[in-house]
Design a protein around this ligand. Structure first.
Ligand code: HPA
Length: 279
């Protein structure tokens, strides 16, 4: 990767991906959904029009994490036309940032202007417990990389995008109202993104908490940055899958993370369904 980033090639790859999708469906979509670890259940609620495995989309990366099946799902949810990404890409898998966020550029080209992103995250706020769901009000990028590094894609957005509203306030307000109406307990807080793949040490959790994080995870922030670059509205929702209290830290496994995410999932699905209905 010592060569400069090839902007023309990247734009062409996006175009080719869009064309291969458009040869399989011409459904118009303006809402995109990225489903996090153990959080694919929303898919069952979608009236599916077309499923497109990532390996049928030119230039699309392929998931390497087993818990993430890789496909785009076009369909209708609560009367709204949506496209869901089942399976996302993480920095710890070895993908460059531009590959991780490639699908978000493609979603934009398909018409998506509102993006809902879910993730599994470790809870550092001592008031949080396993299974809680949290609206992301903001984030801190500690991945140590950024998808916008390299020549700016002027076609999509500015060189120095504003991040004062990385997560759309109107969507946060909407989600809070819906949670209240449906009596779904909801937290709000700041997500810190790290590269992973290891979980953090107790000292790291202590530092991340002191920095202002409520939860920590290994995704979402790259996609958010690229979405905001293009002017999309983003709603971010975390499911707290483990408790990261540095003075009482217990071992945690991927199996446990997935089990807790799956248990909390119906709550998240209900919230997302209602939010989408009111977009
Ligand atoms: N740390 C980082 N990522 C995570 C965690 C965690 O504790 N839990 C789920 N994803």
């Amino acid at each position: 990767m010592n060569q400069p980033f090839n902007t023309a090639l990247y734009l062409q790859q996006i175009e080719e991906a869009v064309q291969s999708i458009r040869s399989l469906t011409n459904q118009q979509v303006d809402t995109g959904i990225i489903l996090g670890t153990g959080l694919g259940g929303l898919v069952k609620e979608i009236r599916v029009e077309r499923e497109i495995p990532y390996d049928q989309i030119r230039n699309f990366p392929l998931s390497t994490v087993e818990s993430h099946a890789g496909k785009l799902i076009f369909g209708h949810l609560n009367g709204k036309s949506v496209v869901a990404m089942q399976g996302r890409f993480h920095y710890y898998e070895g993908y460059p940032m531009q590959q991780i966020t490639f699908p978000v550029r493609v979603l934009f080209e398909l018409g998506v202007r509102t993006l809902i992103i879910s993730n599994a995250a470790g809870g550092m706020n001592p008031q949080f417990v396993k299974g809680d769901i949290m609206l992301m009000t903001d984030h801190i990028n500690l991945i140590g990389d950024n998808p916008l590094i390299g020549p700016n894609l002027d076609k999509y957005g500015p060189r120095f995008p504003d991040m004062s509203e990385a997560y759309a306030r109107e969507l946060i307000t909407l989600a809070e109202r819906i949670a209240l109406e449906h009596q779904i307990p909801l937290r709000k807080g700041v997500y810190i993104a790290v590269a992973g793949p290891n979980m953090e040490t107790a000292a790291e959790y202590r530092m991340l908490r002191a920095m202002g994080g409520d939860v920590v995870g290994m995704s979402t922030v790259p996609e958010n940055i690229v979405a905001v670059h293009m002017g999309m509205r983003v709603l971010g929702i975390s499911v707290v899958t483990d408790e990261c209290f540095p003075d009482a830290l217990k071992p945690v496994s991927l199996e446990e993370v997935i089990a807790v995410a799956s248990a909390a999932e119906p709550k998240l699905t209900r919230l997302m369904k209602e939010v989408i209905k009111h977009l």
